[in-house]
Design a protein around this ligand. Structure first.
Ligand code: SF4
Length: 333
């Protein structure tokens, strides 16, 4: 059974200009011990989708009635996340069964409270540990994520740590309650390449050790290739393509995924020009009809693509693309 199941998720925001669609008809599952990469340019709806899993979106958020997010925890009945109306109920999930880490660790730490005190408070909120047990467990977690001298770091403030160490401390805090699901929103984007590789290795080790599921969000397909088991490619709030990560990267069926792959630097030909996806992602206020990607797609059909939303086509078992020509493209290839 999946750990979390997202079905037909559609999210709109009430604004002065009316309802704006940020996420439309998004469905995915994450199994225990699986890493799902959610990739796309900024503005594609990745973070809005992730925040929905913890009901962290702003007060002007409207979920379509058909939207479902179901969390399946061991030995518990399925939990309807969007049905949790009281902040107190959601508070039990946040930081407990579901944890989130962000691009900027300072967003996770209160600046005037030591890292250790924050970790102990969170642990005591979500477990029956005594203060001393929570302290010992926190130091152990700081050690596990590779922080040297964890006992003295425990008593420091977030601003006293280097960027890489802060990122590790945030991961330690997020994992200290042994969450079943970790949501990692661009966790390596602000790091230099060496630290980024260390954090990716660390997360893989932790998945192997704790068996949690991870939703890994990034704009960087290269990072996804290193980290994820499966990938979902988002554009303007919709999933364009999804499937096993190697299969999707080797045989992308959707023009947008193909564009993202062509934009990656090629290590075997450093002189090759980078070819970014042409144009910019439209504002959600000017959401194109039909296929939302048609304004940037060099294969768009003037009639069909501009008027009709493409259905999902299974191009290989478990590999799905939402393009009118996905199956034809695959046959041609
Ligand atoms: Fe391009 Fe049309 Fe496919 Fe959309 S449906 S990706 S516009 S070819």
């Amino acid at each position: 059974m999946s750990l979390i199941s997202v079905t037909d998720l559609t999210i709109r925001f009430k604004t002065d200009e009316g309802l704006i669609t940020a996420v439309e008809d998004v469905s995915f599952d994450i199994a225990p011990g699986e890493v799902l990469g959610l990739v796309g340019e900024s503005g594609s709806g990745k973070s809005v989708t992730a925040k929905a899993l913890m009901q962290l979106n702003a007060g002007n958020t409207v979920y379509d009635p058909a939207s479902r997010i179901t969390l399946n925890l061991p030995d518990q009945p399925p939990l309807d996340i969007l049905g949790l109306k009281r902040e107190r109920d959601m508070g039990i999930i946040r930081g407990g069964a579901v944890s989130m880490i962000f691009q900027e660790p300072m967003a996770s730490f209160a600046p005037a409270i030591t890292i250790g005190k924050q970790m102990v408070e969170q642990l005591q909120l979500h477990s029956h540990m005594t203060k001393q047990e929570a302290k010992e467990h926190s130091i152990d977690m700081l050690d596990k994520v590779g922080i040297k001298e964890p006992a003295s770091r425990f008593d420091q403030f977030a601003f006293e740590l280097s960027g890489g160490m802060r990122q590790r401390a945030m991961i330690a805090m997020a994992l200290s309650t042994n969450p079943r699901l970790l949501i990692a929103d661009e966790p390596t984007t602000a790091l230099d390449v060496t630290i980024q590789a260390q954090v990716i290795d660390l997360m893989k080790d932790l998945v192997a050790e704790f068996g949690m599921g991870i939703l890994f969000i990034t704009h960087d397909l290269g990072v996804i290739a290193q980290t994820a088991d499966r990938v979902a490619v988002m554009y303007l709030g919709r999933i364009m393509e999804s499937g096993p990560v190697r299969e999707v990267i080797r045989n992308p069926a959707h023009p947008y995924t193909q564009g993202l792959i062509n934009a990656l630097p090629k290590l075997d030909d450093l002189d090759a020009p980078l070819t970014p996806v042409p144009g910019d992602i439209p504002s959600p206020l000017e959401r194109p009809p039909g296929c939302v990607f048609h304004t940037r797609c060099d294969r768009a059909d003037a009639g069909l693509c501009r008027t009709t939303v493409p259905q999902k086509v299974e191009v290989e078992p478990g590999h799905v693309a939402a393009c009118h020509f996905a199956a034809k493209a695959e046959a041609a290839a």
